[in-house]
Design a protein around this ligand. Sequence first.
Ligand SMILES: CC(C)(COP(=O)(O)OP(=O)(O)OC[C@H]1O[C@@H](n2cnc3c(N)ncnc32)[C@H](O)[C@@H]1OP(=O)(O)O)[C@@H](O)C(=O)NCCC(=O)NCCS
Length: 83
Amino acid sequence: MVLGTHDGRKGWINRLAVAKEFRRQNIALKLVTAVENKLDEPGIDIIACLIEPGHTVSRIFFSKLGYTKAPVEYFSKKKSIDA
Ligand SMILES: CC(C)(COP(=O)(O)OP(=O)(O)OC[C@H]1O[C@@H](n2cnc3c(N)ncnc32)[C@H](O)[C@@H]1OP(=O)(O)O)[C@@H](O)C(=O)NCCC(=O)NCCS
């Protein structure tokens, strides 16, 4: 599955996952490419995703698709310690 969104300026790959038994068949590659093509329609020129530390496969995967690491700091506000 893939979930992509945009806010009119920037696009996001919000969620991406392929079931273990179907991995390494270029399914994620096709899913992300489909989102990228869809985001072309409203003229979105930048697409981002968040990768947590240690997710080496995701880093390799998105690098292969041309994504590069951006110099940003991630800020969040939690309503509770469990959020
Ligand atoms: C990351 C994930 C979505 C990749 O899905 P996938 O369908 O297996 O990926 P693809 O087959 O499209 O891989 C495309 C390329 O990415 C790279 N890649 C994918 N999985 C890899 C792995 N386990 N090790 C090294 N490279 C890998 C390879 O370059 C691959 O091309 P190749 O098979 O021709 O060498 C999948 O591993 C997954 O669901 N992981 C758990 C959830 C997750 O981490 N989501 C991303 C959150 S940012």
